[in-house]
Design a protein around this ligand. Structure first.
Ligand code: PLP
Length: 374
């Protein structure tokens, strides 16, 4: 079976993790500092805060935005329905209100024209995913934010879920590395860069950076080494969201390999973009000239999806939707509204293996299987 996902661990990972085991510091310590310094250099961004998952990073971002901006319960967050539930559940956990915005049929990202239309005086936050690693149109997003500012005299706060988008670029800028956005990354097992489980918050400024560092561990100032056990006053209660040194050591071991892994994702995607054109029953997604997707997923839209899946499984190829629509989940039903594009995409989207483990022979086999018909 050609799998849809595979976990990468660097040859040096075992030794680096063993070093941490021998060091006596298993929780957040020097390896976390080192990993954060590495991530700051990677993004050329001063405000990188590691945490134990992308879900925690999203929760932390929403929590701090709500607290620091004094937003009341039920403030509206514009959300995409097509993503991992992890994107949207933290909205509920923070007692904010979801307003779904439909997706684009050609990228499966949130539709920014619809975002502009959906804003009301009660809307303060936009939360979206870069589906499969295809970056959102950052130029259009900047226009939407300007229009919001002109209309409501306030900033539309942006929180990016970059779980699929490690190394994705818009023009020459890395997805997520935008001054004044919050951006959340996942280092979960099957992501491009893994720490087993782990996450990263890029904070928009020094203030939110400081608050995020405090809130990730109970509200304690762990930079104050002499006085962080029991004696400190805590101004704001916090979470247990920090990364530990075992995870950071794995991240440091894997980091030097990730650029070449993503490059292979891109090569395989380019091969599919070329080889799967003009096949009856197959609709490919659009590629924007300004963008360089990371292709954590390669998604296409196919007629008679159940038959397609059965055919591909018979050929030994794992295919899957990866994430279903969120708006029809029972937990999120109170927020339902008509989403015609999501309805259509829910019927025909599917992901095929694209990652670094897909060999030249595998990808040719996959294209042959699709060309055969189903
Ligand atoms: C879009 C998206 N957001 C968030 C998450 C959650 O990431 P984590 O497992 O690091 O919390 C995932 C996990 O797959 C995801 O795909």
């Amino acid at each position: 079976m050609v799998p849809l996902f595979k976990v990468f661990t660097a040859p040096s990972a075992a030794a680096q993790v063993a070093e941490v085991l021998a060091s006596g510091t298993l929780t957040q310590g020097p390896r976390v500092d080192e990993f954060e310094a590495r991530l700051r250099r990677h993004f050329d961004h001063p405000y990188a805060v590691t945490v134990n998952s992308c879900t925690s990073a999203l929760h932390l971002a929403l929590h701090l935005v709500k607290r620091e901006h004094g937003l009341p319960d039920d403030t509206e967050v514009l959300c995409t329905p097509l993503t991992c539930a992890a994107t949207n559940f933290p909205v509920l956990a923070n007692r904010l209100r979801i307003r779904w915005v439909d997706i684009e049929p050609t990228t499966l990202n949130i539709n920014l024209d619809e975002v502009e239309r959906a804003c009301t005086p009660n809307t303060r936050i936009l939360l979206f995913v870069h589906w499969g690693g295809q970056p959102i149109d950052y130029d259009r997003l900047a226009q939407v934010r300007s229009a919001y500012r002109a209309r409501f005299g306030n900033d539309l706060i942006v929180i990016e879920d970059c779980a699929h988008a490690w190394e994705a670029r818009w023009r020459d800028r890395l997805a997520g590395a935008v001054a004044d956005h919050f951006a959340c990354f996942s280092f979960q097992a099957i992501k491009a860069l893994t720490t087993g489980d782990g996450g990263l918050l890029l904070a928009p400024d020094e203030h939110f950076y400081r608050q995020a560092r405090l809130a990730r561990w109970f509200g304690l100032d762990r930079d104050n080494q002499q006085d962080f056990r029991g004696c400190q006053d805590i101004a704001h209660w916090g979470f247990k969201f920090h990364m530990n040194d075992l995870a950071a050591a794995l991240g440091l071991a894997n980091y030097p390999h990730v650029a070449s892994l993503v490059a292979r994702h891109r090569e395989n995607a380019a091969f599919y973009d070329q080889s799967l054109r003009n096949i009856s029953g197959v609709m490919l997604l659009d590629r924007r000239p300004e963008s360089c997707p990371s292709f954590w997923l390669y998604t296409l839209r196919v007629a008679q999806r159940d038959r397609f899946c059965a055919h591909m499984h018979r050929r030994g190829i794992q295919v899957n939707r990866v994430h279903g629509r969120n708006d029809t989940l029972s937990a999120l039903r109170p927020y339902q509204r008509p989403l015609p594009v999501m309805d259509a995409v829910a019927q025909d989207m599917i992901c095929i293996p694209v990652g670094w483990w897909v060999s030249d022979e595998d990808r040719e086999h996959i294209v042959r299987a699709i060309r055969e018909g189903w």
